[in-house]
Design a protein around this ligand. Structure first.
Ligand SMILES: [Zn+2]
Length: 259
């Protein structure tokens, strides 16, 4: 009888031992798994954070009306700050300024078309004339630097100047259009002081995540040179990335005129 009781007790002890071993093992699995899951979550969170900083806020600095001596000074500033921008070129300004056009290209900036004459009355008299001037400027640029840009900016913007028919023709010719959502207003008022141009170029209380900033580098835009370093500093401090407009940039067009 006593023997049976001892065997029974030993059996109970063995069962208890196995149960406790199994529990420990499963506890270990839980402990091992927990940090793995939390690591993954952390990685995803960190990834999103990085995205916010590097990709979310983008500014495209764009300079119309060059090349000119002012363009050279603008290039000096951009070079000093290692920032790339986009230059919309006026064809009639190229002769005598070929070296400046070459410099824009060799220093890694993007180049677009801004008509040949910049004469509103002429270019907006007929869609055909507008297209002819863009193609002429495209050829003139190719003669100097060997590339044919296909990004365009309407002098004065596309508003009231672009209809569905012209849009289709431009797209058929592989042109892409870029207006802007912020302006230094140095085109309409080139004699505005550098501080006024800076204020205009930084006027948003809550700046949008994507900014296409219109500035000018024509021969009359000397004050834009003085405004530029502070404009760059303002957007750098706000965490913006400076990008160039190229063929991968989605078009940005003001409302299309209805006929
Ligand atoms: Zn212009």
């Amino acid at each position: 009888m006593l023997k049976k009781r001892i065997i029974f007790l030993i059996l109970i002890c063995l069962i208890m031992f196995f149960i406790s071993c199994n529990k420990k093992e499963s506890d270990n699995k839980t402990i091992k798994n927990t940090p793995q899951i939390s690591n993954t979550v952390q990685k995803v969170k960190t990834g999103k954070k990085t995205d916010n900083i590097t990709f979310d806020k983008v500014i495209y600095l764009t300079f119309d009306d060059g090349p000119s001596k002012v363009t050279s000074k603008i290039l000096d500033i951009l070079k000093g700050k290692n920032i790339k921008a986009t230059f919309f070129i006026v064809g009639k300004e190229i002769p005598g300024n070929e070296d400046i056009l070459k410099r824009i290209y060799s220093e890694g900036h993007s180049i677009g078309l801004h008509s040949y004459s910049h004469n509103y009355k002429k270019i907006y008299s007929k869609n055909e004339i507008f297209i002819e001037e863009m193609i002429k400027t495209q050829k003139n640029i190719k003669d100097v630097i060997g590339i044919s840009p296909n990004i365009i900016r309407f002098p004065g913007g596309s508003k009231n100047n672009l209809d569905a028919q012209l849009l289709n023709k431009l797209h058929d010719l592989n042109f892409k259009i870029y207006d802007w959502n912020l302006s230094g207003e140095d085109g309409t008022n080139p004699s505005a002081s550098p501080s006024t141009i800076y204020k205009n170029a930084t006027k948003f209380k809550n700046p949008p995540k994507k900014i296409i900033l219109l500035l000018h580098s024509g021969k009359v835009n000397k004050n834009t040179i003085g405004a530029l370093p502070n404009i760059i500093k303002y957007y750098k401090d706000k965490g913006y990335t400076f990008k160039v407009i190229d063929k991968t940039t989605p078009e940005y067009i003001f409302k299309i005129k209805k006929k």
